[in-house]
Design a protein around this ligand. Sequence first.
Ligand SMILES: Nc1ncnc2c1ncn2[C@@H]1O[C@H](COP(=O)(O)OP(=O)(O)OP(=O)(O)O)[C@@H](O)[C@H]1O
Ligand SMILES: [Mg+2]
Length: 355
Amino acid sequence: MHPLLERQIHKHLAPDAAEELADFLEAVDRAYHHADDARRRVERSMDLMSKELNARLDEKRSTEAALQQEKGEQTALIKRLEEAHNQLLQSEKMASIGQLAAGVAHEINNPIGYVGSNLGTLRGYVDRLLNVLAAFEAIEHELPEGATRAHLAAVKAEADLAYLKSDIADLLSETGDGITRVRRIVQDLKDFSHADAGEWVLADLHKGLESTLNVVNNEIKYKASVVREYGDLPALRCLPAQLNQVFMNLLVNAAHAIEGQGTITIRTGVRGTEARVEIADTGKGIPAHQLTRIFDPFFTTKPVGVGTGLGLSISYGIIQKHGGRIEVESEPGKGTTFRICLPLLAKPSEPEPNR
Ligand SMILES: Nc1ncnc2c1ncn2[C@@H]1O[C@H](COP(=O)(O)OP(=O)(O)OP(=O)(O)O)[C@@H](O)[C@H]1O
Ligand SMILES: [Mg+2]
């Protein structure tokens, strides 16, 4: 007990009472000490419990983070699998379209061959017939006036002979042009589908661009005029049919982006160690928030049935396979430029067989 308190007790109380009080206070004091001890024990165990709780919370948090990471990895894996699957589907589709195109081209080749050669023969026959006709006409005036001559004149008038003679030549030359065009389309289809679709070969990209332009001509000709700004391009080791596929996707996209009339400019050239092919359009452009998504599989802004949203993702994969990259610049309302950059000297990763 505090000495001052003890002295006060002795001063104011009788010795007996003071002693009793001192005992009482002693007991109270002890009780307080007990209470203090008990409180400290409770506090210590609460402290321990809260530490344990915190440790468990930390453990739970790190388990959750690990789970989250695993989930993210799984989602990425599923996405990659989906992309690979789509790419496989698309490349199989393209391979069968290529085969179909090559088959059709082959089938057309035969009849167009004999139509062409028959036309040549026909041209010769017509020339000879016209010569005979000219010989008859030269002596026509020697016929006596009368029924025979009048009949001849009537038959000639009925047949519109003068017009026939001038039109036959036009008809034959137009038909010849038509056959030449069909031949070119057949050749383009063959070039486009490339029988060697799975082989890495040295190829002229300008040739690929031209045959692709002819194949997609129908999609573009009413929308855009095509401006060629071709530079020098050395032959490039590539998968030509697949690069044609990329050119086709970009050209068709460009035509689709043009509302009304516009221009598609194709620029080619070499920059450093890269071959570059740019396809620029004066179409509606791509809003900034969509630019990051256009290469995603199935991203499309086109109505159902018009676009599948696979064109650019497939193109991206093909260019990657060639060790290159696709860049895009776009200004809404002004137009879009896609730039394909392909390494001139790179060794492309060998493709899997038959792909
Ligand atoms: N030149 C372009 N100008 C404007 N938008 C474009 C252009 N090229 C692509 N896009 C946008 O990117 C989207 C995706 O293009 P992508 O070629 O992958 O698919 P798609 O053309 O919609 O369908 P498809 O599978 O038939 O090619 C298009 O829907 C369009 O919104
Ligand atoms: Mg497309």
